[in-house]
Design a protein around this ligand. Structure first.
Ligand code: FES
Ligand code: FES
Length: 230
């Protein structure tokens, strides 16, 4: 039979069979090549210990603080904030952690006479300094400070979460005012304002956020103490 007598279907079969076989052989070879690295990786993973080694111990640093008149010697990591040192190492949990990034004022304490956000500063930076927290505002265990009494009388809190920071801030505010410090709304910064107006109090307390919105009553409480009516 001559090629011309071949059925067209047979002719295409004859032409395609070798190439199909080559394709299957190539695919098998490619699969073997791509599987090789995977098998190698699996062998390596099996050789890796299942448990990672423990991280190296973080060195502790000594910090001496006088907190509310009492001496403390703490061993803290260098990265420990003053807020965490107070709450987690000195067990003084009155100071609150709100945002932990200097935005809410819940962590306000008084360090060497100045109010600061304790979440924004490291404990080791205050070695040897004195710290006053909300637990130290009352002159003794039984008598509240005037600003604490005023907060109760003026109903200056609801949930109370911001209150330790508000009280520390207000305490420092009154001291700053008596010392003659001006604020951003003081009309003539050369002179202490004659009285603590609502604007002065709002400005000077603006670093302390209250989610319950007790602001009018907080202003009233601070004003009452400033004017000697608490
Ligand atoms: S917790 Fe420090 S400012 Fe909010
Ligand atoms: S009393 Fe609730 S946040 Fe101020």
């Amino acid at each position: 039979m001559s090629p011309a007598d071949t059925h067209p279907h047979d002719a295409s079969d004859t032409a395609q069979k070798p190439s199909r076989r080559r394709f299957l052989q190539s695919a098998a070879a490619a699969a073997a090549v791509s599987a090789a690295p995977l098998a190698h990786a699996q062998q390596q993973a099996a050789a890796t210990p299942a448990v990672a080694p423990p991280p190296a111990a973080v060195p502790m640093m000594p910090v001496k603080l006088t907190i509310n008149g009492h001496p403390y010697e703490l061993q803290v990591e260098a990265r420990t904030t003053l807020l965490d040192a107070l709450r987690e190492y000195a067990n003084l949990t009155g100071t609150k952690k709100g945002c932990d990034r200097g935005q809410c004022g819940a962590c306000t304490v008084i360090v060497s006479g100045r109010r600061i956000n304790s979440c924004l500063t490291l404990a080791v930076m205050h070695d040897g300094e004195s710290v006053t927290t909300v637990e130290g505002l009352a002159p003794d265990g039984d008598t509240l400070a005037p600003i604490q009494r005023a907060f109760i009388e003026k109903d200056a809190f609801q949930c109370g979460y911001c209150t330790p920071g508000q009280l520390c801030s207000a305490t420092a505010l009154l001291a700053e005012y008596r010392a003659g410090d001006a604020s951003a709304v003081t009309s003539d910064v050369r002179f202490r304002p004659a009285q603590l107006s609502d604007d002065e109090i709002r400005e000077r307390m603006s670093g302390n956020i209250c989610r319950c919105g007790a602001y009018p009553n907080i202003v009233a409480a601070v004003k009452a103490v400033a004017s000697g009516n608490a």
